[in-house]
Design a protein around this ligand. Sequence first.
Ligand SMILES: [Fe+2]
Length: 191
Amino acid sequence: MSQLSISLVVFVLVSVSLVDADPKVHKLDLNSSQQVVDTTSFVQIADNDEPGVRLEVYGTVYKSDGVTPAAGIQVHVYHTDATGKYGREGDPQGTTRLNGDMVTGESGEYRFTTIKPASYPGTTAPAHIHYRITVPGKEGVTWFALEFADDAHISESKRKKEKEKGRFSSIIELTENGDGLTGTFNLKLDG
Ligand SMILES: [Fe+2]
């Protein structure tokens, strides 16, 4: 085997071990009771001093059968602030200031806390939260966007269409949780 081939093999082996050691999928065994706590499926997006109504969104990512939880899924979410803007005055175009990354654990669950976003300024676009889903080992990304059932800007046709998706509707109900609002958004992956 030539020196180049040996170097290549070493490079590949090191690369594979680096992927395995991805800290995003690291799990921490916190105590001796065998309880494994996933450290990556939760993120606080908005600081406590961010203006707006506090919001918690929780859900489960399922495989395409809609039943089997999907583990190790990378969930990136972003949304506007309470004035409907993604970035602050002077931020570069395309800045999404309020965003966060999660990776689902064995249960497929994710959770984030933030503030409730507002419609784009001067528009009747419903307020929403974007989801970019990446499945490790698969090319491409899948997009979702959730909206809020109490939003008067959502059309009746959209409501009807989403209702047909049952528990995978992207229009979510919010309830008071004492600290703000909370809602559930479950996702079903394609294929
Ligand atoms: Fe948007």
